[in-house]
Write a protein that binds this ligand. Structure first.
Ligand SMILES: Nc1nc2c(ncn2[C@@H]2O[C@H](COP(=O)(O)OP(=O)(O)O)[C@@H](O)[C@H]2O)c(=O)[nH]1
Ligand SMILES: [Mg+2]
Length: 84
């Protein structure tokens, strides 16, 4: 079978650094910037925080928990990518 490894031939966007900024309880407190924003939305305990940590290659950027309902604030982090 002809195997074609797309991951080797297509340039990949990679997150090169990430840091936690702060947490806010209201939307009007959140930073107003002109940078693109990515929000992770989903059911409690579905793995949003784990996915964020995986994509950012950080262990504890987003707190993970077995117990649902632990995240009660709007948590902001800033990331840089390789520009792709
Ligand atoms: N089995 C399994 N557990 C996962 C996976 N992703 C996350 N978890 C676990 O599910 C729980 C909830 O994950 P978390 O990332 O905190 O979910 P969030 O509430 O959506 O942010 C944690 O105990 C994680 O370790 C996965 O892909 N497989
Ligand atoms: Mg979470």
């Amino acid at each position: 079978m002809n195997s074609y490894n797309i991951s080797k031939s297509v340039p990949k966007m990679e997150i090169t650094s990430s840091e936690y900024i702060a947490s806010y309880v209201r939307e009007d407190q959140c930073p107003q910037g002109d940078m693109p924003e990515i929000a992770f939305i989903g059911r409690s305990n579905v793995g949003k925080s784990s996915l964020i940590n995986m994509l950012c290659d950080k262990k504890d950027l987003a707190k993970t928990s077995k117990q649902p309902g632990k995240t009660q604030k709007l948590n902001f982090s800033s990331s840089m990518s390789n520009g792709i």
